[in-house]
Ligand binder design. Structure first.
Ligand code: ATP
Ligand code: MG
Length: 804
C-alpha cells in the first residue's frame, strides 16, 4: 500500500487543490478528457478517509458503469487497503439504489427480495399491454412499437414523473384541442410534449398498467431503482445521514432523477464533489441534463469550481485532432487543454471501398503494430470503437480470420442470451416467486407441453386468488386447489420439484455457482439445449461462463470481516442519529410465499442475480483472459476508459452522425469522446460504399471529418500515412503509456529487415497479401513506406474517396 500523501506529490497544483479542497464546500471539477478527473476523484476519496478521518462507509461514490466502479475500487485498494475500500458505498446510481433498497425496502412499500426487471422483459410486458390499443392505433394511423413505448416511459421516469403524474399531465393537455396546443407551440417556439394528444393519454395509461404489473411481480425496472431510491431518501430524512460525502464521476451525463437522488443523499452533509466535462455529454438521448451543473449551483449555493487544464493521456497530435473536431461545436464553452507529451504519430484517416476491406485493414494494421512495436504493444492495447453494436460483426469476423483474440465490450449482451436468461429465470423464481416474467419464461422450459392458453389460465387464476402463478401451480400440484383445464398437475410436478429443491439448497446457503450447477443437473438443461438449439455447444459454453461469473461475484461478496464492519456502521448510525433505519425488522414484511425463507437483506443468490441484472447495461463478464484481447466496444461504453491505440471505423455520414440522431452536436461530442480515448495512436477509417438493408449504397465521409479537412488550420491534424513507429515514436508511446519499457531498437530493426527480406510476417510467418477492391496491391501488413532504410514502394496505396 502506497501512502496517500506520498502520491499527492505526483499531482499538478490544480489537481492537488481539487483533492484537498475543504470537504464542506461543494466542488465542481470541470475539465477535458484525460486531465485526471477520475484520478482526482479517487485521490480525494483516499484523502477524505486518511487525512479528514471520514469513516469509509460514510462515503458515497458514484461511477457511470460497473466497470468504472471496479477500476476505482482497484485503485483505492492500493491507496487505503482492502478493508477500507470494501466499506465505501461505491457503484453506479442504479447499483447503489439497489443496495439501499434491499435493506430498506419496507420504507418505500416494496419487498426486499424484489427482482430487477431488464429491458427485454419490460418490452414483453409492454407488447402485451399494447395489444389493447391495436384498434386505436389503427384508427389513428399510428405505428407504435413496444421499444419506443418503453423509452417514452423511461423518459417520463427520468424526469421523475410517476404514472399518476403522467396521467394527470396528459389530462391537463387534453383540456385543449390539438389545434390550440399547436398554435401555442408555434407562438412560443416550443415542441409538443410526449404526453400531449390522444397518444399521450395512451402512453400514460400503459405506464400505469405497466407499473401495476411490475409491482404485482415484486419487481423494479432500471428506472424504478432510481425513482424508489429518490423516494427512500426524500421521505426518510434520516436516510441522508448515511453519507457524509457524495462524489459523482461523469456528472455531465446525470439525468433529473439521478440529480435529485444526489441532492437528497447530500441534503444533510451538503458535502458534494462532482467531476465532469460538458464536451463529453453523450447521453442526452437518455435524458441526461447538462443543466444539472447549474442546478447544483442553485441547490448548493456555496459551490466552487476548479478547472484542470493539463491532459496526461494523449500525444499532442491526438489532442490536436480531437480539438479540431470538438471546436466545430460553436456553442461550447472554450476550454484550455495542454499536454506536455510529444507530438507522436499523426492520427490516420483512410478510405476503403467497402466494410470488409476496411475491417481487413484494421486487423492487418493491429498485427503490424504489435509486430513492429517490438513487443511494446499487446492485443489488450487496442480498441475498435463503433457507433453501433451492429457494426461489430464485420470487425469481429475480420479479427477472427487473422487469429486475433478479441472480446466485445457492451456488445454481445451476454445476459440477454436465451440460455443465460433461462438459467437466471429459474433462479429468479427461487428468490422471488412472484416474478411473473420469469414464470412465463420457464414454465415450459424444457418443454412440458404447457401451451400459451394454459399459461394464460394460470395467470388468470393467480390474479383471482391474489397469489403468484408459481404458488398457484404449487397448490395445484399439492392438491390444495382444483386443477385447471387442461390439467397441469402431472405436467408441472417436476417443475415444482425442481424449484423446491433449489429453494431448499439456497436456504441452506448453497453458493450461486453451485446452485446453477445443481439446477443444470436437475433439469438436464444440457440435453434440452442439444435438442432445441443447433449451436448448443457455444450456448453450453455460455452457461459455463455464467458459472464463472457467479464464482467471481461470490469472491467479491462481503466477507465475515466486512459484515462485522457493516454492523459497526449500523451501530454508529444509531449512536449518531438514533436512526431507526439502521435496524431491520424482517418479521414485519409480509412474505408472499413463506416457503422461500428470508425475504430481505443480501442473500448470496440475490447479490448474484442483482450483479447479473445490473451488468446488462454495459458490460459482459470479464475474466483474466479478456485482458489479453483486442476490445471491440461502442463509443458510448468506452467513456472514461483509455487504450494505447484507438481505431474508429465507419466514420461516414449516416453513422457519424447517425441518421437517427436528433442532436448532431451530441454526435460530434461522441466522436470527440471516442478520439480522446487514445493514448498513442488514433485511426479513423471510412468506406465509399456500405451495405444498407442488403444493398450496396454510396457513402460520403463524415461531415465532421470533411470540416476538419476543408479548414487549412486543421487539415494537417489527420494524415493518410500509416505511423512508422520510429525510435522517436516508440519513445513517445512509452511515455504516454506510463513509461512502458522500450523495446530493443536492434531487435525491432531485425524484425523489420527480416520482414522485408522474406516477405514473411515476423510473428505469424505467413504473408496474407492484402488487396483493396480497386485492384491496387497494398503491402501485406501495410508495412510503412518510410521506416529507416526501407525501399520506397513503387506505388503508394491510394484509395478512392480519401479526399486527396
Ligand atoms: P475522462 O474525461 O476521459 O474520463 P479523466 O479526466 O477522468 O478522463 P483520468 O482517467 O483520471 O482522466 O486520467 C487520464 C490518464 O492520465 C490516466 O492514465 C491517469 O493515470 C493519468 N494522469 C492523470 N493525472 C496525472 C498526473 N498528475 N501525473 C501522471 N499521470 C496522470
Ligand atoms: Mg474519467
Amino acid at each position: 500500500m502506497t501512502s496517500v500523501n506520498e502520491l499527492l506529490k505526483d499531482l499538478n497544483p490544480a489537481q492537488l487543490q481539487a483533492v484537498q479542497h475543504p470537504p464542506q464546500i461543494p466542488l465542481q471539477i470541470l475539465a477535458g478528457p484525460g486531465s485526471g478527473k477520475t484520478k482526482v476523484l479517487t485521490m480525494r476519496i483516499a484523502h477524505l478517509i486518511t487525512n479528514c478521518y471520514l469513516p469509509p462507509w460514510s462515503i458515497c461514490a458514484v461511477t457511470f458503469t460497473n466497470k468504472a466502479a471496479n477500476e476505482m475500487r482497484e485503485r483505492l485498494v492500493k491507496l487505503i487497503g482492502k478493508d477500507n475500500t470494501a466499506q465505501i458505498k461505491m457503484g453506479t446510481f442504479h447499483a447503489l439504489c439497489a443496495k439501499f433498497l434491499r435493506r430498506y425496502a419496507k420504507y418505500v412499500g416494496i419487498e426486499g427480495n424484489f427482482t430487477v426487471c431488464d429491458a427485454d422483459e419490460s418490452k414483453k410486458i409492454i407488447a402485451k399491454l399494447l395489444k389493447q390499443y391495436v384498434e386505436f392505433l389503427k384508427e389513428n394511423n399510428i405505428s407504435l412499437k413496444e421499444g419506443s413505448v418503453l423509452s417514452m416511459i423511461s423518459k417520463l421516469k427520468a424526469k421523475g414523473l410517476t404514472a399518476d403524474d403522467a396521467l394527470k399531465k396528459a389530462a391537463e393537455y387534453n383540456r385543449f384541442t390539438d389545434q390550440e396546443r399547436n398554435m401555442r407551440h408555434f407562438a412560443e417556439g416550443t415542441k409538443p410534449d410526449l404526453l400531449e394528444g390522444k397518444l399521450g393519454h395512451v402512453i400514460a395509461s400503459i405506464y400505469k398498467e405497466y407499473e401495476k404489473l411490475l409491482r404485482g411481480s415484486n419487481s423494479l425496472d432500471f428506472d424504478d431503482l432510481l425513482l424508489f431510491g429518490v423516494k427512500l431518501f426524500s421521505q426518510q430524512k434520516q436516510a441522508s445521514t448515511w453519507c457524509q460525502h457524495v462524489l459523482v464521476d461523469e456528472y455531465q451525463d446525470t439525468n433529473t432523477t439521478q440529480y435529485e437522488l444526489m441532492r437528497f443523499i447530500a441534503q444533510t452533509c451538503r458535502c458534494v464533489t462532482i467531476v465532469g466535462d460538458p464536451d463529453q455529454s453523450i447521453y442526452g438521448w437518455r435524458s441526461a441534463e447538462i443543466e444539472n451543473l447549474a442546478n447544483m449551483k442553485r441547490d448548493f449555493p456555496t459551490t466552487q469550481q476548479i478547472y484542470l487544464e493539463q491532459n496526461y493521456r494523449s500525444t499532442a497530435s491526438i489532442l490536436a485532432a480531437s480539438m479540431a473536431f470538438i471546436s466545430q461545436d460553436k456553442n461550447r464553452i472554450q476550454k484550455t487543454l495542454n499536454t506536455s507529451h510529444a507530438k507522436g504519430p499523426t492520427p490516420v484517416l483512410r478510405a476503403f471501398p467497402m466494410e470488409q476491406v476496411e475491417a481487413g485493414f484494421i486487423a492487418a494494421e493491429i498485427k503490424r503494430l504489435v509486430a513492429f512495436s517490438g513487443g511494446m504493444l499487446n492485443w489488450s492495447d487496442f480498441v475498435v470503437l463503433l457507433r453501433f453494436n451492429a457494426l461489430s460483426r464485420t470487425i469481429e469476423s475480420a479479427l477472427q480470420k487473422e487469429g486475433i483474440p478479441n472480446r466485445v465490450l457492451a456488445g454481445h449482451k451476454f445476459f440477454e442470451r436465451l440460455e443465460i436468461k433461462d438459467v437466471l429465470a429459474y433462479l429468479q423464481l427461487v428468490d422471488n416467486p412472484a416474478f411473473v416474467p420469469a414464470f412465463t419464461r420457464v414454465v415450459n422450459v424444457p418443454s412440458r407441453s404447457v401451451g400459451e392458453k394454459t399459461v394464460a389460465e394460470l395467470l388468470h387464476r393467480a390474479e383471482q386468488l391474489k397469489i403468484s402463478p408459481l404458488t398457484v401451480v404449487e397448490r395445484i400440484v399439492d392438491g390444495k386447489i382444483p386443477d385447471i383445464k387442461p390439467p397441469v398437475k402431472k405436467k408441472l410436478g417436476h417443475f415444482v420439484g425442481v424449484i423446491r429443491d433449489m429453494r431448499k439448497f439456497a436456504n441452506e446457503g448453497m453458493s450461486p455457482s453451485k446452485l446453477i450447477q445443481s439446477f443444470l443437473e436437475l433439469i438436464n438443461y444440457g440435453e434440452h439445449l442439444r435438442k432445441t438449439q443447433p449451436d448448443y455447444e457455444s450456448r453450453w459454453d455460455n452457461v459455463q461462463e455464467l458459472i464463472n461469473f457467479a464464482t467471481e461475484v461470490e469472491n467479491g461478496m462481503p466477507s465475515a470481516v466486512e459484515k462485522k464492519m457493516r454492523d459497526a456502521e449500523d451501530a454508529a448510525h444509531e449512536e449518531l442519529w438514533g436512526d431507526n433505519l439502521g435496524e431491520w425488522d424482517a418479521d414485519q414484511v409480509e412474505d408472499r410465499n413463506p416457503a422461500e425463507g428470508q425475504a430481505t437483506g443480501d442473500t448470496p443468490l440475490r447479490l448474484f442475480l442483482q450483479a447479473s441484472m445490473l451488468s446488462t447495461d454495459t458490460e459482459t463478464p470479464e475474466d483474466e483472459k479478456s485482458k489479453e484481447k483486442v476490445t471491440i466496444s461502442t463509443c458510448h461504453a468506452a467513456k472514461g476508459l483509455e487504450w494505447a491505440v484507438v481505431m474508429i471505423p465507419a466514420v461516414v455520414n449516416g453513422v457519424f452522425p447517425s441518421s437517427r440522431a436528433e442532436d448532431v452536436e451530441e454526435e460530434l461530442r461522441l466522436l470527440y469522446v471516442a478520439c480522446t480515448r487514445a493514448q498513442g495512436l488514433l485511426y479513423l477509417t471510412h468506406t465509399t460504399t456500405r451495405m444498407v438493408s442488403g444493398e450496396s449504397m454510396p457513402q460520403s465521409v463524415s461531415q465532421f471529418v470533411a470540416a476538419v479537412r476543408s479548414d487549412s488550420k486543421t487539415r494537417g491534424t489527420l494524415s493518410e500515412e500509416l505511423p512508422v513507429l520510429t525510435p522517436q515514436d516508440r519513445a513517445t508511446l512509452s511515455k504516454v503509456l506510463n513509461s512502458r519499457p522500450l523495446p530493443d531498437d536492434a531487435e525491432v530493426a531485425r524484425r523489420v529487415a527480416d520482414y522485408e527480406r522474406t516477405g514473411r510476417h515476423p510473428i505469424w510467418g505467413h504473408n496474407a497479401p492484402f488487396r483493396d477492391l480497386s485492384g491496387v496491391r497494398v503491402n501485406g501488413y501495410g508495412v510503412p513506406q518510410r521506416y529507416p532504410g526501407a525501399p520506397v514502394p513503387e506505388q503508394h496505396p491510394r484509395f478512392p474517396g480519401n479526399g486527396r
